[in-house]
Design a protein around this ligand. Structure first.
Ligand code: 13P
Length: 255
């Protein structure tokens, strides 16, 4: 099966809702009609409603950046899967390295969120990746495999088609340093093995995104690699023209 790309923008803690509206409108005007590549934007919770309205009728999907695994109740400050669905979210980014680092999220907790998102009918984008220290210490594959297997523990193969994994080497995020295509492919191939060990044939169809300073200048070489099925984009997703350029690169590689 030919691969289908997903280009997803993780806006992190950026954009007021007015700014979000303008950005979504720019993205929709540029690439909102094409259907050969999956495209998603993931604004902050406070901009989800505005973004949802601005992308209505386009092929651009909405995602959130986090959620809490419980369905409802006394969890002050948290947001459930059903609340995200209510705004039309298709995706939810889970286990981003910034959440692992600053909010001490563990594989167990991330796994609860992944299962909760899947049960609600959303597509989790499970983020994994090693720190510079771990890479230099030679433990990249062990670290990433543990995060993949831990994050997807007890997910039934019947739900594999809704899983997305993003490999984001921590040392490449927001630093301007990118993994070379060969370095990224090496880890993606290991992630693919993990996914096949969990889900058999269905693991071959799971989209594995690369994230970490992906931008128009380096996207084509990364996206051409066998197991790189798209990008999770931070900085370059905050401007409509650079984000659209990444989508267009994926479109041209899909032909
Ligand atoms: P940058 O593209 O800014 O490096 O961010 C990557 C990222 O963390 C996406 O989730």
């Amino acid at each position: 099966m030919a691969k289908r790309y997903l280009i997803a923008g993780n806006w992190k803690m950026n954009k007021t809702s007015g700014e979000a509206k303008a950005l979504v409108e720019g993205i929709v005007a540029a690439v909102g009609k094409q259907t050969s590549v999956d495209v998603a934007v993931c604004p902050t919770f406070t901009s989800l409603e505005t973004a949802s309205k601005a992308l209505a009728g386009s092929s651009v999907k909405l995602g959130a950046q986090n959620m809490y695994p419980k369905p409802s109740g006394a969890y002050t400050g948290e947001i459930s899967a059903d609340m995200l669905l209510d705004f039309g979210c298709t995706y939810v980014v889970l286990g981003h390295s910034e959440r692992r680092e600053y909010f001490k999220e563990t594989d167990e907790f991330i796994n609860e969120k992944v299962k909760s998102a899947l049960s609600a009918g959303m597509k989790p984008i499970l983020c994994v990746g090693e720190t510079l220290e771990q890479r230099e210490g030679g433990s990249t594959i062990d670290v990433v495999s543990k995060q993949v297997l831990g994050g997807l523990k007890d997910v039934p193969a019947s739900q594999a088609e809704n899983v997305v994994v993003a490999y984001e080497p921590v040392w490449a995020i927001g630093t301007g340093k990118t993994a070379t295509p060969a370095m990224a492919q090496e880890v993606h191939a290991e992630i693919r093995k993990n996914l096949v060990s969990l889900f058999e044939e269905a693991g071959n169809n799971i989209q594995i995104l690369y994230g970490g300073s992906m931008k128009p200048e380096n996207a084509e070489a990364l996206l051409k690699e066998k197991d790189i099925d798209g990008g999770l984009i931070g900085g370059a997703s905050l401007k409509a023209d650079s984000f659209a350029s990444l989508v267009n690169t994926a479109i041209s590689l899909s032909k």
